[in-house]
Design a protein. Structure first.
Length: 227
């Protein structure tokens, strides 16, 4: 099998495992960096890391149109059910569940998580995905934290880290994160959407090559990483 991960700008990723289609943190219609709209998305599962608008904006329309199941923190699943989403699977931090496409473990993230209507979103999360083709860690929106070394013990084929700074860790802290996670490859996300998170991804990639053992993978929005 061949798993494909397509960066759709910001924190949004489409993941095709061969058997299933997933989308992580769909933010497309109001995302200036998105190469497609929410109407273009085909999904069986929607993964949601936390409640901020730039991660949940297009979840409800995609779930209603496709019938996709939302996988998120229990509290966030309840919020989506109130919005009319029919299929949800609530998890919580530290918990893993074997889904039809692979195992999803929710990991800690240091961030905040208020829903767009002001409802509390519980704790923000990252995702450790164990897929047929390898292990992928999406840090999602977070600061650097030393427990990343434990997440790395799973053996990561790919880590996806925010590098935008201001709202999440920036390039310098991402280097420390890579040293803790020890992934084979690392891809940047959550940057260049708006001026406060503008970053030079090629300069970041040079830093990764010089200072870590990981291989940086930089793609443009719409670009694909194969696992
Ligand atoms: Ni956020
Ligand atoms: Mn965000």
């Amino acid at each position: 099998t061949m798993t494909k991960l397509t960066w759709l700008g910001h924190g949004t990723w489409a993941i095709e495992t061969g058997s299933h289609k997933l989308i992580l943190d769909p933010f497309l219609n109001d995302n200036p960096a998105a190469p497609i709209t929410a109407d273009d998305v085909d999904a069986d599962f929607i993964l949601v890391s936390h409640g901020h608008f730039d991660h949940v904006a297009d979840v409800v329309p995609i779930a209603k149109r496709t019938g996709a199941m939302v996988i998120a923190l229990f509290d966030i699943c309840q919020w989506f059910e109130k919005q009319g989403v029919e299929k949800t699977h609530g998890q919580n931090i530290g918990g893993a569940w074997k889904h039809p496409f692979g195992t999803v473990k929710m990991t800690i993230a240091h961030h905040s998580s208020t829903m767009p209507d002001g409802s509390p979103g519980g704790d923000p999360a990252g995702f450790l995905l164990s897929l047929a083709d390898g292990n992928v860690y999406f840090a999602c929106d977070t600061a650097l934290f030393t427990d990343m070394q434990w997440i790395g013990r799973a053996g990561l084929d790919l880590a996806v880290l925010p590098i935008g700074d201001n709202y999440t860790m920036g390039p310098e802290d991402s280097i420390e994160a890579i040293k803790l996670l020890k992934p084979k490859r690392v891809a940047p996300a959550h940057y260049n959407t708006w001026p406060p998170i503008e970053q030079d991804a090629n300069a970041w990639a040079e830093m990764v090559k010089k200072r870590t053992d990981a291989e940086p993978v930089v793609v443009q929005p719409g670009g694909v990483i194969e696992l």
